[in-house]
Design a protein around this ligand. Structure first.
Ligand code: GCO
Ligand code: MG
Length: 405
């Protein structure tokens, strides 16, 4: 079997997605996700100019060799552009192998370790009542683990608080320049414990709660937050600090028993090595789409399992249904799987372009047994939704200092 072409599709059915299609001489094709929010076209150029020519004529069954070839062979290892480009190729190759074998990808990985995949949803609001109202709604839909994010008084556009509005998808796909938002750590730390206090008063321990700090704190601030939140028994506190310097988590860890999660911007195991082997974190949030695909995610999960770290893959709307499907197959297999972030199946346009192999039931995702990854992609429909440049926001402190968004 030979690779005869690699096509790249950029579409915006609600937000931008980069889809890789590998075609073979036997007519079987594979699909992969190479979406890097806000930097999509850099990945497209990498795929078209620097990967496509090298793979034409190769045997698509050699997934490991192709992965090593793209990773080691480029000399400039790692980085989000390279690893997101490799991810789309790697997923497409697993998709082909599954289709040829007549087996879903989870069977190729070693078979199911569980029948269903536990997910957490997002409850957001403009104030605490609004957020808890959203939580009520998710509980009534069957969720039993929910991330709470609430607008901080005085901080317009606080991270994660748009989802309560119906245009969450659109707002994030219509930012031709990066919007600027205000950040104030003191206002945040003064406010956020009240959100969890009220949530526990209302629901007791009947629902698992999570929270994303989106890397806004220093280690000692994060340590303090973790400690204050201990009575509210979070499933995890996500991205409390940036992790370029992994030992930042040592200080958070030493001061709190609130479980810690990080990893959505990691693009290789090296970003997490110290975090894992020092047992500074509890959950690894790395995504297949941004870390080189299914092949390295499997290795990361195995490595993490040696240190009691569980996986909790990043599941935002800026990962395409193919990336979500890759996670579903990985999560079905991963013995040390923890929980999957999930915020629904997207809008009408998205569902016209992609068909998921997943269903939501009682707080869990179920993956069907279609061979390969199981996603269908309608190329004609995708053409109706052209790419739109769109950026993530940036954050500034009140005095103008640029901060972590
Ligand atoms: C999450 C994330 C996202 C990211 C987004 C960036 O936990 O889901 O933090 O909201 O900000 O994916 O592209
Ligand atoms: Mg996050």
């Amino acid at each position: 079997m030979k690779i005869v072409d690699i096509k790249i599709f950029v579409s915006n059915p609600g937000r931008n997605f980069v889809t890789v299609k590998i075609e073979t001489d036997e007519g079987v094709f594979g699909l992969g996700d190479s979406t890097l929010n806000g930097r999509e076209l850099a990945v497209v150029a990498y795929l078209e100019e620097h990967i496509r020519p090298c793979l034409i004529g190769r045997d698509p069954h050699k997934i490991e060799d192709i992965w090593q070839y793209l990773y080691k062979g480029c000399y400039w290892r790692r980085g989000p552009i390279t690893m997101t480009a490799i991810a789309g190729i790697d997923m497409a190759l697993w998709d082909i192998k599954g289709k040829v074998a007549g087996l879903p990808v989870y069977e190729l990985l070693g078979g199911k370790s569980r029948e269903k995949i536990r997910v957490y949803g997002h409850a957001n609001g403009q104030d605490i009542d609004d957020t808890l109202h959203h939580l009520d709604h998710l509980i009534s839909e069957g969720y039993n683990a929910v991330r709470l994010q609430c607008a901080i008084p005085g901080l317009e556009g606080t991270y994660g608080t748009l989802a309560g509005k119906k245009d969450y998808f659109e707002l994030q796909s219509d930012r031709p320049l990066p919007p600027e938002q205000l950040w104030d750590t003191k206002a945040y730390l003064d406010f956020v414990p009240e959100l969890f206090k009220k949530a526990r008063e209302k629901y007791g321990n009947s629902v698992d709660l999570l929270h994303d700090t989106h890397s806004r704190l220093t280690p000692i601030e994060a340590a303090r937050l973790g400690k204050i939140l201990e009575p509210y028994n979070l499933l995890f506190l996500e991205d409390s600090v940036t992790a370029e310097n992994q030992s930042g988590y040592k200080y958070v860890r030493e001061h709190t028993t609130t479980p810690l999660a990080v990893g959505e911007i990691f693009n290789s195991i090296w970003d997490a090595k110290e975090l894992i082997e020092n047992q500074w974190i509890d959950y690894l949030r790395t995504a297949a789409t941004h870390a080189g695909g299914i092949t390295p995610m499997r290795r990361m999960a195995d490595f993490a399992s040696l240190y009691h770290v569980r996986t909790a893959p990043h599941g935002p709307p800026d990962i395409s249904p193919i990336g979500h499907a890759a996670h579903a197959h990985l999560n079905s297999w991963t013995p040390n799987f923890g929980i999957q972030e999930f915020i629904g199946f997207g809008g009408e346009a998205l569902n016209r372009v992609f068909k998921y192999p997943l269903t939501f039931e009682d707080g869990h995702l179920l993956v069907n047994d279609t061979p390969g990854l199981g996603v269908e992609f309608d190329e004609k429909a995708a053409e109706q939704y052209p790419y739109k440049r769109s950026y993530l926001p940036v954050s500034r402190l009140k005095d103008g200092t640029l901060w972590n968004w």
